[in-house]
Design a protein around this ligand. Sequence first.
Ligand code: PGA
Length: 247
Amino acid sequence: MRKPIIAANWKMFKTAGETRQFLNDFVPLVKDVKDVEIVIAPSFTSLAAASELMKGTSLALSAQDVFYEKEGAYTGEISPSMLLDCGCSFVIVGHSERRQYFKETDDVVNRKIRAAQASGLHVIFCVGETLQERETGKTFEVVQRQVEHGLKDIAVDSIVIAYEPVWAIGTGKNATPGQAQEVHAFIRNLVGKRGGDAEKVRILYGGSVKPENVAVLMGQADIDGALVGGASLDPAAFSKIVHFKSS
Ligand code: PGA
């Protein structure tokens, strides 16, 4: 009922040339995929090159961040309309690396989601607890705060949420399917309480997703896709993740 999304978050990897090379290899590997939505989020400087090569494919282009103002004196920032102009249909907002290294607060994340949605971009909204928060029993409290603040005054039906436990990102340590499912179900319940059609909202898991572990994660009732960092940089590995049904 909910079409799975497999999204690549390339973070600060790949030049425009390397992006072209990836897509030249990757697009033929996934040309027959119809039942999975594939999203690629390269760096800002590779968006135009990626958009060019993704024309005529079913792949969707995403940015990794966006600013909440339409235009103005905001040196270094990128507006929603600039992303649309580059061919983006998605944007990732509130990734834990943005929260951790660039001090993005729940309020900033909320403003970004609102601006992106108002422009017509689909948002992949990231939440997740740190290791210390998990170990001190605060996982649900933290995730609830992030979801409630992030989704303030937002039409939740069209949002995609990514649950990414910070301790599982880039560490090779992923949450067990049971740990992930527990939080996904909790998030779906929260979305329902906010008046959204919780059954429609797609909730992705992120954190060390690999070809070897994607199928069991995707087998969980409330896991509707994956946000993949490291393993999305290689066309063959990412294609295997997209083909999780046959693994
Ligand atoms: P990872 O990153 O797959 O390298 O753990 C996931 C993410 O940060 O989105």
